[in-house]
Design a protein around this ligand. Structure first.
Ligand SMILES: [Zn+2]
Ligand SMILES: [Zn+2]
Length: 380
């Protein structure tokens, strides 16, 4: 539990971090700040070779578990009007990672003060580049988590009431695929379309065709989203352009849905293009996998959390993605949601998104109590 003094300290820290956001892979000052705070508490920082982000350690011996918080911000102009709004114009902690890292610092202080009671080792991951989707992979590649038996993380949810903790087994956040398609036609005078191959009409047909993928190929009981988010073609009213482009994303919760959606995407895009006499080039970018909560571990964490916290629920999964999933491919893990504002509030990634400081102590307790319970269980 955080004392009132500790709470005040953490609120100041969160406001400071919120004022000084840094983008994925550029979290140099943030890392320096975290490092200083932890070193002042005499907490060991492990040698990883990471350029930004860090891994610290409390306790010793087996079992080894990990707590993870992400530390990066987004390229968004902040529009919250907060006293501690971003001083780094065009960069904003619009995903609340300022809250995540502050609560892990809070947990670090409490766990360090109780180090002699710890029955094992806790590794604290302050992870860079979650938004860039490469941070978790970087941390894993250092090999520093090779001995970790279980990993715990959370994401704040401004659309859930402050302090509500949501834990569900299996998929809690979606797998993310990204596509970028170039449609190559042949331009012509707008009045003589028969002399070219119209990339705009072809692109429209392709995009419409893609919408049948969820409606007619995916099991209606499964959640899948196909969104085309950006289309570009032409630059004036009386010329049909050569090329068009479109890009977007697919979200899935199931490995076979993910494979099927990709397969059908290629078939629809390539064959509709053929029918319209244009050619296509598809660029496919694999994002994080499903954030998959180990069923047994989720059940344990849910039960433990409900012992000290009244407001624990099984939340709806989110169609957003999260690179915590990358750890879960190697290590059984639980990723929770913690409510950080109220229903109807602006959601994650909005320029007016705000999280409430009152979330901090709940998140600190989530880390501390579950870390202690997990060490106890795994040590048996
Ligand atoms: Zn985000
Ligand atoms: Zn986030």
């Amino acid at each position: 539990m955080t004392t009132p003094e500790h709470y005040d300290e953490l609120v100041k820290i969160r406001h400071y971090i919120h004022e000084n956001p840094e983008l994925s892979g550029q979290e140099f000052k943030t890392t320096e700040f975290l490092k200083n705070y932890l070193e002042n508490l005499d907490i060991q920082i492990l040698k990883t070779g990471l350029k930004t982000g860090l891994v610290a350690q409390i306790g010793s011996g087996n079992p080894v578990i990990a707590l993870r918080a992400d530390i990066d911000a987004l390229p968004i102009f902040e529009n919250t009007g907060l006293e501690f709004a971003s001083k780094n114009a065009g960069v904003m902690h619009a995903c609340g990672h300022d809250l995540h890292q502050t609560s892990l610092l809070g947990a670090a202080k409490i766990l360090k003060s109780r180090e002699s009671e710890l029955k094992g080792t806790i590794k604290l991951i302050f992870q860079h580049a979650e938004e860039g989707h490469f941070g978790a992979n970087d941390v894993l590649e250092t090999g520093i988590l090779a001995d970790v038996l279980a990993i715990i993380g959370y994401h704040n949810m401004p659309t859930l009431p402050v302090g509500q903790i949501g834990i569900r087994e299996k998929g809690i956040m979606a797998a993310v695929d990204q596509f970028y398609v170039t449609v190559k036609g042949t331009g012509s005078h707008a009045a003589y379309p028969h002399e070219g191959a119209d990339s705009i009409v072809a692109t429209s047909a392709i995009i419409t065709g893609l919408q049948q993928l969820v409606a007619r190929n995916i099991d209606p009981q499964h959640a899948v989203v196909v969104s085309v988010t950006h289309v570009e073609a032409g630059n004036t009213w009386n010329v049909l352009p050569d090329d068009a482009i479109f890009e977007g994303t697919i979200r899935t919760f199931d490995k076979s849905d993910r494979e099927l959606a990709k397969k059908r995407f290629y078939e629809v895009v390539e064959n509709v293009a053929k029918a319209y006499g244009v050619s296509v080039k598809i660029k496919w970018i694999l994002g994080p996998n499903v954030t998959y909560n180990d069923p047994e571990l989720s059940d344990f964490i849910y039960t433990e959390t409900a012992k000290w916290h009244e407001d624990v629920v099984i939340p709806e999964p989110s169609n957003a993605g999260e690179d915590f999933a990358t750890y879960q491919e190697k290590i059984p893990g639980v990723f929770a949601f913690i409510g950080s504002n109220s229903p109807g509030s602006p959601g994650l990634h909005f320029s007016d998104m705000t999280v409430k400081d009152e979330t901090i102590p709940v998140a600190v307790d989530y880390y501390v109590n579950n870390a202690l319970a997990l060490l106890e269980r795994l040590g048996k």
